[in-house]
Design a protein around this ligand. Structure first.
Ligand code: C2E
Ligand code: CA
Ligand code: CA
Ligand code: CA
Length: 273
């Protein structure tokens, strides 16, 4: 057994081994995070043309006692591959519905939409719909203000099943937006069949908008597509006034990004709005 162990070790190059250790360390730390109290939701506002906030996106934040702040870009992929995205996503949904319940009793906040990111693995979990139903029942929220942000990766698999599940949720009042649009595989034929409310232009197209004519062409194509399908089009990753102005010139009517506001705890926005 000892020899076998040694032989097995030879299959890992140092880079691989670091990756494997990193993965299992992160999984263990995530388990502790789920048991403990190290997770938070931050919110980033979405603005209309007149600079009025119409929605907030919930973004998960995790502070590990040893590693410090861990970026979702690092831990979400780990949680997706380990399956921990399911309990993690349930935690997010519970928090999100609690937040919404608070807003819906608050004159200045009651029209706000709360958008929650959903990974494919969560969406396909057999208890996904049931869990959302129970969050809605427990908090008493109006589900018309809950939006699920999905990505095109959801659409690769079993399209009929995906559409059925989306329609079921839509029937409960829940909205959908298609995140990171333009980076994936969605064909125009799919788009028409999905019960979507909005498209989010991926931030990579906004980043070089002022210098890259290709990005400008992509943005105006997405805006035109959104118009013809009667979807709201939201530009992500807007960092400067110049980008906002160019986006407006391209007829984009909704914005999210550091220029408008960075993700911050819910209490911050309660005081600001
Ligand atoms: P995303 O859904 O595309 O979220 C947008 C990301 O861009 C967020 O990163 C946000 O903080 C960042 N961002 C916002 N405005 C700007 C800007 O002007 N410039 C730049 N450079 N970045 C901006 P974050 O919070 O690190 O999240 C990364 C990704 O992790 C998210 O990308 C999403 O895919 C995933 N994620 C975050 N929270 C959750 C969650 O609760 N559940 C799931 N399943 N995924 C999540
Ligand atoms: Ca998102
Ligand atoms: Ca995005
Ligand atoms: Ca993304």
């Amino acid at each position: 057994a000892k020899d076998a162990g040694r032989n097995t070790m030879r299959f890992y190059n140092p880079v691989m081994q670091t990756k494997v250790n990193h993965q299992s360390q992160m999984e263990a730390a995530l388990r502790r995070a789920l048991e403990g109290d190290n997770l938070q939701l931050h919110l980033q506002p979405q603005f209309d043309e007149g600079h009025k906030v119409f929605a907030m996106e919930a973004l998960l934040r995790w502070q590990d006692p040893d590693m410090g702040w861990v970026s979702p870009a690092d831990f979400i992929p780990v949680a997706e591959s380990s399956g921990q995205i399911v309990p993690l996503g349930e935690w997010v949904m519970q928090k999100a519905c609690q937040l919404l319940a608070g807003w819906q009793h608050h004159a200045a906040m009651k029209e706000l939409i709360l958008a929650v990111n959903i990974s494919a693995r969560q969406f396909y979990h057999p208890h996904f719909v049931e869990h959302i139903q129970s969050c809605i029942a427990h908090t008493g929220i109006d589900p018309h203000y809950l939006e699920l942000e999905i990505t095109e990766s959801l659409l690769i698999d079993d399209l009929e099943n995906t559409i059925n599940k989306m329609n079921l949720l839509r029937g409960m009042g829940i909205r959908f937006s298609l995140d990171d649009f333009g980076t994936g595989y969605a064909s125009l034929g799919y788009l028409k069949r999905l019960p979507l409310s909005s498209l989010k232009i991926d931030q990579t197209f906004v980043r070089d908008l002022l210098s890259d004519p290709n990005d400008e062409a992509i943005v105006s194509t997405i805006v035109a597509l959104g118009k013809s399908l009667e979807l709201k089009v939201i530009a992500e990753g807007v960092e400067t006034l110049e980008q906002e102005e160019r986006l407006k010139a391209l007829k984009c009517q909704a914005f999210q990004g550091y220029y408008f506001g960075r993700p911050a705890p819910a209490e911050h926005w309660l005081e600001t709005l």
